[in-house]
Design a protein around this ligand. Structure first.
Ligand SMILES: O=C(O)CCC(=O)C(=O)O
Length: 338
């Protein structure tokens, strides 16, 4: 079925289709969506009197409809704070913990489970993600770019694979990493990155983090700066380099992780993926993926569920190379070797 096929639209005057719960008939549309890939679409309906929402998954090939989450919008700020405080480092318990023990409101768990299947409909802030446009000054960006030009030892992962667009070029500073990318020892950060990282952390500490799992205000200074370069695609509609879905090491590094976009632009995707996965522009259109544009000079922050429960991935977009710096603090002060 072609993209834009009007039969994929749930129109207020037309029945939503077989399989939609009866209550849906009493709802009015708040949002319409058609999947570009034609594989599945999500349509949000809002109940006229109660304001409650219903997300309906449409599978156009089979022309089947079914409710996948009745509560994407119902997952509210109080739920998000509750889930973050209850599960902290062990979000796996959400699936295992039938009792949702320790939580004041067991409904919060269920609303969270529903919301993360409909991420494209949810504000990313509620998952502990924050974006600050124009955080980096042009002068800072220029200093970072001259630093990048002065460096020759970029690591290019995956260059010998058959992938036509091998992995990004990377430069790891401040900590040494083992083969599994786990931190081993501390080294000094170059002054330009130390100053930028300190300013970013100070800015973050002065803000409220209602959906974080730990006290961000007591996080130790950033120890690691990880610079990545994403080359642009060969033609305007070609995809540039990507970084697949992953978690940043959850026990080695402290909760708040900050990403600065120094030049070029990209998109960060947040999702509950089954294991690590490559990312493609098509994924950004899925209902269970939240895509957040990352303009040049912006800063994004991962905390709470966006840090510990959802994986993230990055797509380069546009004609120009994207360069980013990811700042991380070690979870514990490094212990001197005996
Ligand atoms: O390029 C970015 O902004 C993201 C980098 C990232 O996800 C990482 O280093 O783990």
């Amino acid at each position: 079925m072609a993209a834009g096929d009007p039969s994929l639209l749930c129109h207020p005057t037309s029945p939503a289709g077989p399989g939609v719960p009866r209550e849906a008939d009493q709802r009015s549309l708040s949002h319409e969506a058609v999947t570009p890939t034609g594989t599945a679409g999500i349509i949000g309906c809002r109940h006229v009197s109660t304001g409650h929402s219903l997300c309906v998954l449409a599978t156009p090939k089979k022309r089947q409809w079914g409710a996948v989450c009745a509560t994407a919008d119902d997952f509210n700020n109080a739920d998000a704070a509750n889930v973050a405080a209850t599960y902290r480092f062990d979000f796996g318990r959400i699936s295992r913990d039938r009792q949702f023990s320790g939580a004041a409101d067991s409904g919060a768990k269920h609303r969270y489970e529903a919301a993360r299947q409909c991420l494209s409909h949810c504000p990313s802030e509620r998952f502990g993600f924050q974006l600050f446009p124009n955080f980096v000054t042009p002068a800072e960006a220029l200093e970072v770019l001259s630093f990048c030009e002065s460096v020759s030892q970029w690591e290019r992962r995956g260059e010998n694979t058959s992938n036509p667009m091998p992995d990004t070029a990377r430069l790891n500073l401040g900590v040494t990493l083992d083969r599994s990318y786990r931190p081993r020892a501390l080294t000094d950060l170059p002054p330009v990155l130390r100053l930028l990282g300190d300013r970013a952390l100070e800015f973050c500490k002065a803000r409220a983090w209602p959906f974080a799992c730990t006290a961000i205000a007591s996080q130790r200074p950033f120890d690691q700066a990880y610079i990545q370069r994403y080359r642009a695609g060969q033609s305007t509609d070609a995809c540039g380099q990507t970084l697949g879905f992953h978690f940043d090491a959850r026990s080695d590094f402290a909760e708040l992780i900050v990403g600065l976009s120094i030049c070029g632009r990209g998109k960060l995707l947040l999702s509950m993926t089954q294991g690590a996965q490559e990312c493609t522009p098509q994924q950004a259109t899925r209902h269970n993926v939240k895509g957040v544009p990352l303009p040049a000079l912006s800063m994004y922050c991962l905390s709470g569920m966006s840090r510990y429960d959802l994986r993230h991935a990055v797509l380069q977009e546009g004609k120009h190379e994207r360069i980013s710096i990811t700042f991380r603090s070690l979870a514990r002060s490094p212990q001197p070797k005996p």
